[in-house]
Structure formats: structure tokens, C-alpha cells
Design a protein around this ligand. Structure first.
Ligand code: NDP
Length: 326
């Protein structure tokens, strides 16, 4: 038997609890992983507190991220004892995920853990770090360099935002962080932000184009903040949009695109093809500052994750929650 969080739905009642699970109940897959660490992402918080639409079938083990060692494998790429990790691909959505001591999945979803990082660090980075790196790569592909000018990052106190700040600063960019929490100023300065703005700095102005303020942007909140960001990006700049922490809607005109040649790049980490994931993780291994990463992390247990989920959705959690599933 192994321990896992289990989300069940009975009529209209959603329940998440820590359960003892029989390994025979694990889903199909050619590799079984003894999970040692997972992480708690915004999407996991949605799954645990609201179930649908993140969770597509019940019962479900949540957890979009996992890291551990192979305990059984029919995939020639993996041998028992290999250090592996997986993020996305529907884990914790339509296939049992990582908030569990065991997981089974197709081997093609797994990647070897970067040799220079511990399992805990890998999960500290997790989907948030992968997504932040995919955002950074898209800005670079849009032609942005540190000489282009400052880059704005929203949701700075959260996982993706913090990772994005850390990575951009490491690459030499000047970073403007947006947060709704003034108490995080010292933390964000330590991550390397050179300017910190309140959320109101991206309040809607009603103008299709605004004064140019930034060369590029990474947005995790959506809604009017993303719209305002696009309206203030300089000619030829890129905005990477990856989240909806504030709003799914996007009240925007085409003006930034047709008058300033602005590029709005969507970012998805879940179905991101394997070669691009590998490229992103290779860069994460190279570009993550372990001391700064440590300043973003806090450790929780499987049982803690249940109570933490609503606090994540309320925007009260700083950085990244790493789950030690032991
Ligand atoms: P976190 O909860 O760690 O961070 C989100 C941050 O957004 C909060 O810390 C807060 O930052 C800010 N925020 C929260 N609510 C609001 C609000 N109502 N208005 C404005 N800002 C708000 O989440 P993650 O970093 O893990 O994820 C962020 C978003 O990115 C989520 O929507 C998530 O679903 C999405 N995501 C998408 C991925 C993809 O593949 N496209 C992958 C990973 C995440 P502060 O207090 O500093 O303002």
C-alpha cells in the first residue's frame, strides 16, 4: 500500500483526503515511479478545491509534477533506480498524478532528472520553472535582448512569476515585478527585480495604446493586466501569456499588434513537445541560482497540501511549495 491524495466526487460533494492505496489500482503505463517529491501548483490548488474543470475523471490523484526513482519499467529507456521526473501531460487531470508515493505512466512522459539538481530542487522548479523558462525562450525568439529594455513580470510573488524574475535577471535583463503584496518587496528585490509595481500599475486606461514602458512582458494573470501590458510594450516587443490567476477574459484591441508590431505568444507547458522540454530543462539546470531558488521554496507534506490549496488560490502563498511525499 502507498499513500496518496485522492479527490473523489459523490453527487455534488468534492472530497480530497490522504488515503492508503493499493498499487494494483495504479493506472496503465510502462514505467512505475517511487515518487519522493512533488509540488503544489496553482492548477493543483484548483483541482483540490474545485475538482472540475481541471480534474476530468474521478477518483483522481492530483499533482501535475513528480520526481522520484523508477521502481519498475518495461520501457528500454529506463531502468530500476533511475532518477526521473514528469510534469504535465495530463498528470493530476486525467491520469493519476504526483501527490502520491507511487505513480505509473507512459515512459515518454518521463525525463531524466538533471544531474546537477536534487529531486527536491527539481520539484522546486517544477511546472512553474519550466513554464517561466518557456516564456523566457519565447521572448528571446521574439528578438528580445537585455539591450532592448526592461521586461515586466506579473504575479511576481507566485511560482511562475518568481522563477521568471530569477531567470531574466540571470540573463542580464532589467526586470519590473508586479505584485499585489507590498510585504514581498524585500524578497522580490533579492530575486533581482529592479523595480516593483503594485497591480494598479496595470489597471485599464481605456486607451487602445498607451505610453511605451517595457520591451517585453511575462504575464501569469490574464484579464485587464495582460491587456494593459500589451498596450504599453515597445515597437516589436513580445509578451508571453501563460496564466489566468486574475481572469480568463482578455479585453484587448488589435492596436498593439497592427500599430506596434507587438507579438503575443501563448505558452503551454502541459503538452510542450519533448525536445523543447529537454532544451528548457537543460537551460534551467544551467541558469538557476541554487541560493535564490532556495529562497523561493518551502517544504510541505502530502497532508499539508490540502489546507494549502485554498491559500494558493487566494494568492497568499509565496514562491513554491515543494511536497515531500515520504
Ligand atoms: P501562484 O499561485 O504561485 O502565483 C500566482 C500569483 O498571481 C499570485 O502569487 C499573485 O501574485 C498573483 N495573483 C493571484 N491572484 C491574482 C489576482 N486576482 N489578480 C492579480 N494577480 C493575482 O501560481 P503559479 O505561478 O503556479 O501560476 C500562475 C498562473 O499561471 C496560473 O493561472 C496557472 O494556472 C498558470 N500556469 C500556466 C501554465 C501553462 O502551461 N500555461 C503552467 C503553470 C502555471 P502577487 O501576490 O505577487 O500579485
Amino acid at each position: 500500500m502507498f499513500k496518496a491524495l485522492m479527490i473523489t466526487r459523490d453527487a455534488d460533494t468534492l472530497t480530497t483526503r490522504l488515503e492508503e492505496v493499493d498499487p494494483d489500482a495504479l493506472p496503465e503505463g510502462d514505467v512505475t515511479v517511487a515518487v519522493d517529491h512533488s509540488s503544489l501548483n496553482y492548477k493543483d490548488a484548483l483541482a483540490i478545491t474545485r475538482g472540475a474543470p481541471v480534474v476530468r475523471q474521478f477518483p483522481m490523484v492530483p499533482g501535475i509534477d513528480l520526481a522520484g526513482r523508477v521502481s519498475a519499467s518495461d520501457d528500454p529507456l529506463y531502468r530500476v533506480g533511475d532518477r526521473v521526473m514528469a510534469t504535465g501531460w495530463g498528470l493530476g487531470e486525467n491520469h493519476w498524478g504526483g501527490l502520491s508515493q507511487m505513480a505509473r505512466m507512459p515512459g515518454r512522459w518521463l525525463l531524466p532528472q538533471p544531474a546537477g539538481l536534487s529531486s527536491r530542487q527539481v520539484m522546486g522548479i517544477g511546472t512553474a520553472g519550466l513554464t517561466a523558462m518557456l516564456c523566457v525562450m519565447s521572448l528571446e525568439e521574439g528578438g528580445l535582448t537585455p539591450a532592448s529594455g526592461p521586461v515586466i513580470v506579473t504575479g511576481a510573488g507566485g511560482g511562475v512569476g518568481g522563477m521568471a524574475i530569477m531567470l531574466l535577471v540571470r540573463l542580464g535583463f532589467q526586470v519590473v515585478a508586479v505584485t499585489g503584496r507590498p510585504q514581498l518587496h524585500a524578497y522580490l528585490t533579492r530575486l533581482g527585480a529592479s523595480e516593483i509595481l503594485p497591480r494598479e500599475a496595470l489597471a485599464p486606461t481605456g486607451r487602445p495604446l498607451d505610453r511605451v514602458r517595457w520591451a517585453g512582458g511575462i504575464d501569469v494573470v490574464g484579464g485587464t493586466a495582460l491587456a494593459s501590458m500589451c498596450a504599453s510594450i515597445q515597437y516589436g516587443g513580445t509578451v508571453a501569456a501563460c496564466g489566468l490567476a486574475a481572469d480568463m477574459a482578455l479585453p484587448l484591441t488589435v492596436a498593439p499588434f497592427i500599430l506596434r508590431n507587438v507579438r503575443l505568444q501563448g505558452i503551454d507547458s502541459v503538452m510542450c513537445p519533448r525536445p523543447r522540454r529537454m532544451a528548457a530543462w537543460a537551460r534551467l539546470e544551467r541558469d538557476i541560482d541554487p541560493t535564490l531558488l532556495e529562497s523561493m521554496l518551502h517544504d510541505v507534506t502530502l497532508a499539508d497540501a490540502i489546507g494549502l490549496a485554498p491559500r494558493i488560490l487566494a494568492g497568499h502563498v509565496r514562491g513554491r511549495a515543494v511536497v515531500n511525499v515520504a
